[in-house]
Design a protein around this ligand. Structure first.
Ligand SMILES: *[C@@H]1O[C@H](CO)[C@@H](O)[C@H](O)[C@H]1NC(C)=O
Ligand SMILES: *[C@@H]1O[C@H](CO)[C@@H](O)[C@H](O)[C@H]1NC(C)=O
Ligand SMILES: *[C@@H]1O[C@H](CO)[C@@H](O)[C@H](O)[C@H]1NC(C)=O
Ligand SMILES: *[C@@H]1O[C@H](CO)[C@@H](O)[C@H](O)[C@H]1NC(C)=O
Length: 494
């Protein structure tokens, strides 16, 4: 079933002492987590020095968090920090060993046991930066990670989001988290004292629908709504001030998600912002923020056509395919260079996608569109009005190698995934050379990239209810990694 978030029961209230003391804490940074998940398959080469060096992807994070004002320190380190310490240690051990850890119970070796044989390990190492570290981190997340969802606020802007079309993930993520019941095994906790992270359940898409004056281009109401919400939760609960927002996260797929997050400087500067529009030229910081996939579910479900087995290379006459509107400068360049130039080999269409000859399969536009994807070896995924493209997810499902044509895009899950193992990246400046670049990739490599796509497909699939390693859980895992990256350092005065 598709998302039903618009009419489900309200979230239960929060039970807590609003009057608890002002326990500000220094935040110390443990910047190695992102970096050692990025050290690659040669994990045995990881040294302690490497592990303790700050992540190159997020130099700002160290500065911001460690220079933040100190407050009253606490006597006792809370257990959530001890849990995170244990998780860090376990992940570090796994990363050093470089192979799956089957000790300590059945863990999740079912999805990872393939890493035992060297051929399978090589296959995993092509798409995961460090398969063992990812495996251990994921299992630690399943065992320990707890997220508290603030109960304040009402639909339609809070606790609800779109369930269809391009911003689906906003509604689905909120719903999947909020549908978890108390006492269940899920990641959600009703006890904020147990939480490692706090979720701000607003939807920027809903804000745009209900608070934005069409065609005004005035984003001030969006910023004001975000500012108000943070003010409310910071006033009522002690957790925001404790970390200045660093252990809080928001999620938005709307183009204006980043702009809305500017409404609160602490959210923008310290908070974990999970965004589709992950443009590093507009303040997205890969070490602190989370890039999430854009997925376009026209009717709320993954299109059935994309769930069919993907045709092999021999059934793919086209080198590459694109169809779409002239949205933004990247698309404009692409269409000016390639539209209509080489339709038999390199079909690029604006709004004029011809219908496929076989109309028994539907003959509708969407069907035709996916048919092209299923008959191309590469699918072009240029940025539009913002950096992300829903074509990436569609291409992976269609067995077509995604070609990211963008500048400043931080692709999703890149802390654990090696994008070069299942996609091709082409800078905007190379658009004139696109055909040449793609033609130069040998068939064997295209097969390897397609195989990589098969391995990662599960991470780009929305399930209902959520399943292990699906998109919902990969987003949570991204938040988990960023939370591991720092400690609320409240034991200084002990
Ligand atoms: C494996 O783990 C699952 C979930 O953690 C648990 O329910 C199951 O009993 C375990 N199986 C064995 C054989 O230990
Ligand atoms: C958190 O800080 C804000 C701004 O200084 C303040 O207004 C608010 O009352 C504080 N919250 C709590 C729970 O003390
Ligand atoms: C036409 O499409 C239908 C449904 O997708 C399919 O079963 C059939 O094999 C196709 N025919 C040809 C000639 O491709
Ligand atoms: C990314 O941000 C830069 C700086 O604001 C902007 O010039 C560029 O157009 C953005 N990219 C996209 C695809 O929107």
């Amino acid at each position: 079933m598709s998302c039903s978030g618009c009419n489900r029961p309200g979230a239960p209230g929060v039970h807590m002492a609003a009057a608890s003391s002002h326990l500000l804490a220094v935040v110390a940074l443990f910047g190695f987590f992102l970096i050692f998940l990025a050290v690659g398959s040669r994990a045995e080469a990881v040294t302690a020095e490497q592990l303790s060096s700050p992540p190159s992807s997020s130099p700002q994070l160290t500065t911001d968090l460690t220079t933040r004002g100190a407050g009253t320190a606490r006597r006792r380190r809370p257990s959530v920090e001890r849990e995170l310490d244990a998780a860090r240690a376990a992940i570090r051990r796994a990363a050093r060993r470089g192979h799956a850890d089957h000790g300590g119970g059945n863990a999740s070796s079912d999805w990872f046991h393939g890493g035992d044989s060297s051929a399978e390990h090589a296959r995993l190492a092509r798409v995961y930066r460090n398969p063992a570290a990812f495996h251990r981190s994921y299992v630690e997340m399943e065992r320990r990670f707890k997220v508290h969802v603030y109960a304040e606020g009402e639909p339609p802007i809070l606790h609800a989001g779109p369930c269809k079309n391009i911003y689906t993930i906003e509604g689905r993520f909120i719903e999947q988290l909020e549908l978890m019941s108390p006492g269940g095994a899920g990641v959600r906790t009703w006890d904020p004292e147990r939480a490692h992270a706090f979720f701000l359940p607003f939807s920027v898409s809903q804000m745009v629908q209900f608070a934005y004056v069409p065609l005004s281009y005035d984003r001030a109401p969006l910023r004001a709504l975000v500012a108000d919400y943070v003010r409310v939760v910071a006033a009522r609960h002690r957790f925001w001030n404790r970390s200045s927002g660093a252990d809080h996260f928001m999620l938005s797929c709307h183009d204006w998600g980043p702009e809305a997050s500017r409404g609160d400087p602490e959210l923008y500067g310290n908070g974990i912002r999970a965004l589709c529009n992950a443009n590093t030229s507009e303040g997205f910081r890969p070490g602190k923020d989370v890039s999430i996939p854009e997925i376009n579910l026209y009717d709320g479900d993954t299109p059935r056509q994309l769930l069919l087995p993907a045709p092999g290379l021999s059934e793919r006459p086209y080198l590459a395919f694109f169809a779409g509107g002239r949205h933004g400068h990247v698309r404009d360049l692409l269409l000016r260079e390639w539209k209509g130039r080489d339709p038999d080999n390199f079909p690029v269409y604006e709004y004029d996608l011809p219908t496929t000859t076989n109309t028994t399969g539907g003959g509708d536009k969407q069907h035709d569109y996916y048919s092209y994807m299923q008959r191309a070896r590469f699918c072009l995924c240029p940025s539009g009005h913002e950096v992300a493209s829903p074509r990436v997810v569609e291409a992976i499902h269609a067995g077509c190698v995604p070609v990211l044509v963008s500048d400043g895009y931080a692709p999703p899950f890149a802390d654990v995934l090696r994008w070069e193992g299942f996609s091709v990246s082409v800078p905007v400046a190379d658009i004139p050379r696109l055909r040449e670049v793609l033609e130069s990739i040998p068939a064997a490599e295209v097969e390897r990239l397609r195989d990589g796509g098969r391995l990662v497909k599960q991470h780009f699939t929305l399930r209902q209810p959520p399943e292990r390693l699906d998109m919902f859980h990969m987003i949570l895992h991204s938040v988990w990694l960023r939370r591991l990256n720092f400690r609320l350092n409240d034991h200084l005065s002990s």
